[in-house]
Design a protein around this ligand. Structure first.
Ligand SMILES: [Zn+2]
Ligand SMILES: [Zn+2]
Length: 230
């Protein structure tokens, strides 16, 4: 009995387990859980909005040429069980799940991306960082950047307003809520970057940040995130 208990503790401490079903797994998720995820396969090339027409690779908004974003790589739909993992990572400060989510993104996306010169995590307001203890986007960018050998910059973009959290607002409210929310410092001498975030909902936040960054002369801005709301 004691032997079994010790074995169990050692097993839990030193062997990686799937965070969804708890079976031993050396990958981010076990193959069964990985295959059960809801993938965002048919989506807009620029903003990753899930599309109903598989014949087009752009949504109506992006077809009008209004998006400052060139390419979005957001492999999953924000639905069970990935919403649960993101929630535990973000709101219960389970930082190990940040690594799991970063590895999931890499497993699905690393062969389809054009590497940018720099990753920029979507900044949080200092008040929110104080409350949460970390910026989830920076955690994800660090995991992905380390693996792909792309530097991560979290010094040049600052969030100025600790305004109403975006959750619960509709698309129009989000757009006006986020306008002017970022300050970009001089000195970003790059032409291609990727913004990193955990979830993209309406796209208002990444669009506003990309719009501000484009004014500094950056030519191409991509978005790398884990999940997109349908
Ligand atoms: Zn599993
Ligand atoms: Zn689009």
């Amino acid at each position: 009995m004691v032997y079994n208990c010790i074995n169990y503790i050692l097993d839990r401490a030193f062997k990686p387990h799937c965070p969804l079903c708890d079976s031993p797994s050396s990958d981010a998720l076990c193959p069964a859980c990985f295959n059960d995820l809801l993938w965002n396969h048919t989506s807009c090339r620029q903003c990753a909005l899930p599309l109903t027409d598989p014949g087009s690779d752009l949504c109506g908004h992006c077809l009008q040429g209004r998006s400052p974003i060139s390419r979005s790589h957001i492999p999953l739909l924000y639905a069970e069980p990935i919403d649960r993992l993101i929630g535990q990572f973000k709101f219960a400060a389970n930082l190990a799940l940040g690594k799991t989510l970063g590895q999931l993104w890499l497993a699905h996306q690393r062969h389809s991306i054009e590497c940018p010169e720099l990753l920029i995590p979507v900044p949080l307001h200092p008040n929110r960082i104080k409350h949460r203890g970390f910026n989830q986007a920076l955690e994800l960018a660090s995991v992905i950047g380390r693996e792909l050998a792309i530097p991560v910059d979290h010094k040049h973009c600052r969030r100025l307003c600790d305004n109403t959290p975006q959750a619960g607002l509709n698309k129009l409210q989000r757009r006006s809520n986020i306008r002017g929310a970022f300050e970009i410092k001089n000195g970003l001498n790059v032409s291609h970057i990727a913004l990193v975030d955990d979830v993209v909902t309406t796209g208002s936040t990444v669009n506003e940040l990309a719009r501000q960054l484009k004014k500094t002369g950056i030519q191409r801005i991509d978005v790398w995130a884990i999940a997109r709301t349908p």
